[in-house]
Design a protein around this ligand. Structure first.
Ligand code: GLN
Length: 265
């Protein structure tokens, strides 16, 4: 293909939802696309955005936030914005939603202090903070992606290797999946959704919802490549094969953490 490919990344509430460094995900997706000669525009979506502005987006990214900021965002999203985001995800736009963002995508979030906040109800999950005296789930987290279609596509991208994610979690809320939600993965080390049922995150159409900061994508760059490939294939209706990149630094960082956590990589 001789045409220059273009991608628009919609970044949800960059000022309110960037407490935990998840901007790294946006930078990594952008950079990995640009290294392949793809033009990328990052478009913030926030309290001033019109709901229709979400239609132009090819990839969506949302980060974590503290409870107070999350409450402002959840109130702003109610109604037309939530519908526009749901329509985008239902149409198969790839997304990466971290920590506070999956809580927004679910039915509700009960903060440590204060009233329950209604979520967008897009993914069948609910999140509850057990109270400010209960320890937060903080630390390195390792999980295997088990969501069926995603696991198969990532395994192919990785030349047959299992998609193991190395990340870092920091959340007070515990998330419980309903019967209509598919878990993103199974926890190998760490807490994941709720520290009890071994599930981590959720996978909805092509949206990845996870408690893993890390940030996730710089440490696990194959996720970015899957998102870029998926978005471009849908946009241009043709098979896309991305040129390989030198990921030796990310591989070494992952191997060092797996080694420290005594997990065979
Ligand atoms: N406020 C949410 C919680 O503590 C989300 C935190 C986060 O995004 N890291 O569960």
């Amino acid at each position: 293909m001789t045409q220059t490919l273009e991608l628009k990344i919609g970044w949800l509430y960059p000022t309110l939802m960037s407490t935990y460094g998840d901007r790294g995900n946006v930078i990594a997706i952008q950079q990995r696309a640009q290294w392949r000669g793809i033009n990328v525009e990052v478009i913030p979506f926030d309290v001033n955005s019109h709901p229709d502005s979400i239609h132009q987006i090819d990839i969506m990214a949302g980060g974590g936030a503290q409870d107070r900021q999350q409450e402002i965002v959840m109130r702003d999203l109610a109604g037309a914005k939530a519908e526009a985001i749901k329509a985008k995800l239902d149409a198969g736009a790839p997304g990466v939603f971290t920590c506070g963002s999956p809580q927004l995508l679910g039915r509700f979030y009960e903060p440590g202090l204060g009233e329950r906040i209604e979520g967008m109800g897009i993914i069948d999950l609910e999140s509850k903070h057990p109270g400010i005296d209960t320890p937060r789930c903080i630390g390195n987290v390792v999980f295997e992606i088990t969501a069926k279609r995603l696991a198969a596509e990532l395994t192919e991208l990785l030349g047959g290797k299992k998609p193991i994610i190395v990340g870092f979690e920091n959340h007070g809320g515990r998330t419980y999946l309903g019967p209509n939600a598919e878990a993103l993965g199974t926890v190998i080390k760490g807490n994941g959704n709720n520290a009890t049922d071994s599930t981590e995150g959720a996978f909805y159409h092509n949206a990845i919802a996870t408690y893993s900061h890390g940030p996730l994508i710089p440490k696990n760059p194959f996720i970015a490549d899957w998102m870029i490939k998926t978005a471009l294939q849908d946009k241009y209706q043709t098979e896309i094969n991305l040129a390989p990149l030198d990921d030796s630094l990310a591989d070494r960082a992952r191997a060092a953490m797996l080694n420290r956590l005594e997990i065979i990589g």
